[in-house]
Design a protein around this ligand. Structure first.
Ligand code: NAP
Length: 293
């Protein structure tokens, strides 16, 4: 894309990595996959407490499921619910043959060990891909259910024909839901991977070395144009509600001037996280159907 500014200097504008467009293409394929299943997949979202941001995320997920004709139910539990009772509830959902996918919305209230909860979910119904059996398979390079945001980033790059093999991919952030699984997926696709975090020395140097830069650090507009090498492909995972509306971890305006491609916030990675959740749900239903044959 080109831009003709008043000063007459021709500048190349970054390609916008439009997550909605990619998500729509994934939904088209999913509808076909669902039509081949013996029953309509059902998702159960477990929401403990009344964190307003979590309530919004859960509504977005169940609304999308309904739009696609998938079944979903939200189990809302009080913040006083005990860890033991939550494990029992999850075991009940594991045994329920009518439930294909289970998602426990994070964060959980204080006093509940999220690892205990994640480990209680059946790995075959684990649509968030956080059970150690699923993260272990991903680390082996033999993934089954993959964390949604990480899977979404790969789909975004694939859709826009961004080759990953042999590239220097720099990931800022090492969380279990984003940074680590993204790093595993990039390794699987033969990138040369650098993972940065809060103890990384000279972060700017690492960022400047990237050919593909994934930013998942939870710091509004942290990465600015001056830090990024010309031609870098930049994927912004961050989401922050500010007075100026939703912003990412990347300062879009300055980075878009140097990047060859960039994902916007909103409309970049966000729609793909939900699309991948729906894909994981359908995949979990396919796994169940295969195990019955
Ligand atoms: P997180 O668990 O808080 O992890 C943040 C990571 O960034 C940590 O590894 C941390 O390092 C690193 N970090 C923080 N400050 C840093 C700094 N100054 N320099 C270098 N590294 C730094 O966050 P998350 O769950 O991965 O989420 C990251 C962002 O993505 C958040 O804004 C979140 O809201 C957003 N998000 C969006 C979606 C979506 O669908 N678009 C999905 C998930 C998350 P340490 O490990 O050393 O602490």
């Amino acid at each position: 894309m080109t831009d003709f500014p008043a000063d007459g200097i021709l500048r190349r504008m970054a390609t916008i990595l439009d997550g909605k467009k990619v998500a729509d293409s994934i939904y088209t394929k999913l509808l076909f996959d669902v039509s081949l299943l013996p029953s309509i997949p059902k998702l159960v979202v477990v929401l403990v407490g009344n964190d307003p941001a979590s309530e919004t995320y859960v509504r977005a997920k169940t609304k999308k499921a309904a739009t696609l004709g998938l079944r979903s139910e939200t189990l809302t539990l009080p913040s006083s619910f005990s860890e033991e009772d939550l494990v029992k509830t999850i075991r009940g959902l594991n045994d329920d043959k009518d439930v294909h996918g289970i998602l426990v919305q994070l964060p959980l209230p204080k006093g509940i060990d999220r690892y205990k909860i994640m480990h209680a979910i059946s790995p075959l119904k684990d649509v968030d891909g956080l059970h150690p059996e699923n993260s272990g398979r991903l680390a082996e390079g033999n993934p089954r259910l993959v964390p949604c945001t990480a899977a979404g980033i790969i789909e975004l790059l694939r859709f826009y024909s961004v080759g990953v093999e042999g590239k220097r991919a720099v990931i800022v952030g090492r969380s279990e839901i984003v940074g680590r699984p993204v790093a595993q997926l990039f390794l699987m696709h033969n990138a040369t991977v650098t993972i940065c975090h809060s103890k990384t020395r000279n972060l700017e140097k690492e960022i400047r070395n990237a050919e593909i830069l994934i930013v998942a650090m939870g710091r509004p507009k942290f990465v600015i144009g001056e830090m990024v090498a010309p031609g870098t492909v930049v994927v912004d995972v961050g989401i922050h509600r500010t007075e100026d509306g939703l912003v990412g971890d990347v300062d879009f305006d300055s980075v878009a001037k140097v990047a060859s491609a960039i994902s916007p916030v909103p409309g970049g990675v966000g729609p793909l996280t939900i699309a991948m959740l729906m894909r994981n749900l359908v995949q979990a239903a396919q796994l169940k159907s295969l195990s019955q044959n």
